[in-house]
Ligand binder design. Structure first.
Ligand code: SF4
Length: 301
């Protein structure tokens, strides 16, 4: 019997996936890629533990739930309830084509403040309508029975009763399962970072939250002029090269005349005034001369 395991590459999803395999099921791990996650992490750990990984991209409507989440953001710009529900719903839709019986997640009751409280797990089940086919082995003993249990495919005594934010139980299980290396961070989703929130708000306010602009957030120093034009300056040679690659024909790329100075990308629309400010910024970040007047013309994001 085949099972779809939601796999982020973090310790909890690694344990739930290996637990599923140890129960004798054929495992297909599914990693839902968003513009805010690092795809390398799940790939590294899937390869290390011989897990069959399938990458599914949550594209256009993913940005819609970031802009306008029905259940709000957490402390960052993270729409965790909407996002988690979207992942489970998408996995549920794949069951038939994959000929799989149910879904397994690495959810732990109380582990995350927004999407893994007991009440929010219940809410997610209500949104997806898939409570019967969503198995959460790490907390399964303290959650209602699912179809997999009712049908005798899995046994309650094999499920775990982990809850709360601690990681000690998971670390012990990791040892038992021969998981010697795992990703130490709990998520790896930049949307949860409070410092990232302002950058997202800026893009939303300027109606520029697109996948291309999200890619640019990973590079350089970002500024917005009083005309609302976005300017990005490379901080090193690698970022200068990256900016060149991510420039589209409507944008303007300015190469500095001096050596060891930042390349600047001006996002469209822009005007002559924005170009002049960009030149001043290049100058400022090249020779460290303070131009008192520039602070009145620009906002660092
Ligand atoms: S942390 Fe990021 S990827 Fe995970 S549920 Fe929240 S928004 Fe989605």
């Amino acid at each position: 019997m085949k099972v779809l395991c939601l796999f982020s590459g973090g310790l909890d999803s690694l344990i739930s996936t290996i637990w599923t395999r140890r129960q004798g099921f054929e495992v297909k791990a599914v990693y839902f890629k968003t513009p805010f996650l690092d795809r390398k992490i799940p790939e590294i750990f899937a390869e290390k533990y011989n897990i069959d990984l399938h990458v599914v991209e949550l594209k256009d409507n993913y940005l819609d739930i970031v802009i306008n989440p029905k259940y709000g953001w957490g402390k960052g710009a993270n729409p965790c309830i909407d996002c988690h529900a979207m992942m489970i719903t998408t996995a549920g839709k794949m069951l038939q084509s994959e000929n799989a019986a149910f879904i397994v997640t690495g959810d732990v009751v109380g582990q995350r403040p927004m999407s893994q409280r007991k009440d929010t797990l219940k809410l997610i089940d209500k949104i997806t309508g898939m409570s019967e086919i969503t198995v959460r082995p790490l907390s399964g003993k303290i959650l209602p029975k699912t179809t997999a249990e009712k049908m005798g495919w899995i046994k309650r005594e094999e499920l775990m009763d982990i809850s709360g934010r601690g990681r000690k139980r998971q670390m012990k299980i990791a040892q038992e399962y021969g998981i010697t290396e795992y990703n130490q961070s709990t998520g790896g989703c930049v949307l949860t970072e409070r410092t990232y929130k302002n950058k997202i708000i800026d893009l939303i306010d300027n109606e520029q939250l697109t996948e291309e602009n999200v890619k640019l957030l990973k590079i350089g120093r970002h500024f917005r002029t009083k005309n609302k034009t976005k300017i990005i300056l490379g901080r090193n040679k690698m970022e200068n090269e990256e900016l060149k690659k991510l420039t589209i024909k409507e944008d303007k790329l300015i190469f500095p005349p001096q050596h060891k100075a930042p390349v600047a990308l001006i996002k469209s629309p822009y005007n002559q005034e924005d170009i002049k400010i960009t030149e001043k910024l290049i100058d400022y970040y090249s020779i460290k001369t303070i131009h008192n007047d520039i602070n009145k013309e620009i906002v660092r994001i």
